[in-house]
Design a protein around this ligand. Structure first.
Ligand code: HEC
Ligand SMILES: [Cu+2]
Length: 355
């Protein structure tokens, strides 16, 4: 909420400023106010929720402070160069001064700053490496697709669990994320938990992250991957260990398969699904394809279309009618040749898939 508030204050100031024709400098500083909206919210690196992210933000503050000092120093020297009186100097004296600047500003300063960065940066990077632990952490696989997320739990008791566009993880313990891509390069980034890592087709990268406490965090694809890159959000939630185990147990294949056929009123919807949607979507017990998101537990999601639509009653029907307007050129073909009643019943059935 805090960022919304800042956003409103900033836009109000700008409207006023434009109305009163304030000078350009004021205008620019007002626009810069918008930057402050990045200081809060579920994707703010300035609000870390895990040790790796705290280390990253510490480095960020150190770099910002240092850069500010250098910036002010350069400006001061620049002003001084304008103001200073003219000195008579011999060519030798000139050369000596020039050499001092090269050695100080061109060699010592960079050596000092790069070493300082390494001293702080190496331990931070190490924390996110999957080094051996006495108790091996849980593994969660995340696969990037244009423009949605596939999430798999290979170590779940009773068999692998698959879901999409949501990532539930245990809080208070490290988790290894094995990330890859099904098409182009994406990047996995949960700003409040730590650094980002590329998701490359044909290669698995690993990053270790930990959430201090239960909570909801935003994640975002951090590598431009096509038209809908900005609409590639991931809902990340850390929960207590028992809740995590229960969440996984609810998503065991047999249980999901029972759920899919539980409601007799939707026999027709299931048939339509089998003939028009099953080629791309999995629903446990009915179909198996990962061209589109797995829909076995779609009724229990928090949003649709990787964050473009909040999940509520009627949302799936709305998505089926409007997804090419909500998320233009997404990889699901329009189904406008189907009548409203059919799409409505498909949506209503999918909404019952809440394990
Ligand atoms: C050609 C493949 C394809 C077909 C056929 C298809 N879809 Fe999709 N569907 C997708 C893709 C890809 C996405 C992800 C779009 C995005 O968010 O970028 C998607 C997204 C969805 C979503 C949102 C899921 C989420 O996790 O947010 C729902 C619901 C859905 N499809 C239902 C259906 C239904 C019902 C049908 C049949 C009428 C259908 N789809 C047919 C490929 C397909
Ligand atoms: Cu992207």
């Amino acid at each position: 909420m805090r960022e919304r508030y800042l956003y409103h204050v900033a836009s109000l100031c700008i409207q006023r400023a434009v109305a009163r024709r304030v000078n350009r400098l004021t205008y620019v500083s007002l626009v810069a106010l918008f930057g402050l909206t990045g200081c809060a919210g579920d994707k703010s690196i300035l609000d870390p929720a895990g040790q790796a992210a705290r280390d990253v933000v510490l480095i960020w503050w150190i770099m910002l402070t240092f850069a500010t000092v250098v910036f002010i120093g350069v400006i001061a020297l620049w002003l001084y160069a304008f103001k200073r009186k003219h000195h008579e100097r011999t060519p030798q004296q000139e050369r000596k001064i020039a050499r001092r600047w090269i050695v100080g500003g061109g060699i010592l300063l960079p050596v000092f700053s790069v070493s300082a960065l390494l001293i702080f940066g190496v331990p931070t990077g190490k924390r996110m490496l999957p080094l051996p632990l006495s108790e091996p952490p849980d593994v969660i696989e995340v696969i990037g697709h244009q423009w949605w997320w596939e999430v798999r739990y290979p170590g779940a008791e009773g068999g692998e669990v698959v879901t999409s566009n949501q990532l539930i993880m245990p809080a208070g313990e490290p988790v290894d994320f094995h990330v890859t891509s099904a098409d182009v390069i994406h990047a996995f980034w949960v700003p409040r938990l730590g650094g980002k890592i590329d998701m490359l087709p044909g290669r698995v990268n690993v990053i270790r992250l930990e959430a201090d406490e239960p909570g909801i965090f935003g994640a975002q694809c951090a590598e431009f991957c096509g038209a809908q890159h900005a609409h590639m959000n991931l809902y990340v939630e850390a929960v207590e260990r028992e809740e995590y185990e229960a969440w996984l147990a609810d998503r065991q294949e047999e249980r999901l398969a029972e759920l899919a056929i539980a409601n007799e009123n939707f026999a027709q919807a299931r048939e339509t699904f089998a003939s028009t949607c099953a080629a791309c979507h999995s629903v446990a017990g009915l179909s198996s394809s990962s061209i589109g998101p797995d829909l076995s537990d779609v009724g229990a999601r928090h949003n649709l279309g990787a964050g473009v639509l909040p999940m509520e009653e009627g949302a799936i029907h709305y998505w089926l009618e409007n997804h090419q307007t909500l998320k233009p050129s997404n990889k699901m073909p329009p189904h406008d040749y189907m009548d409203t009643a059919t799409l409505e019943s498909l949506g209503a059935w999918l909404e019952t898939l809440t394990p």
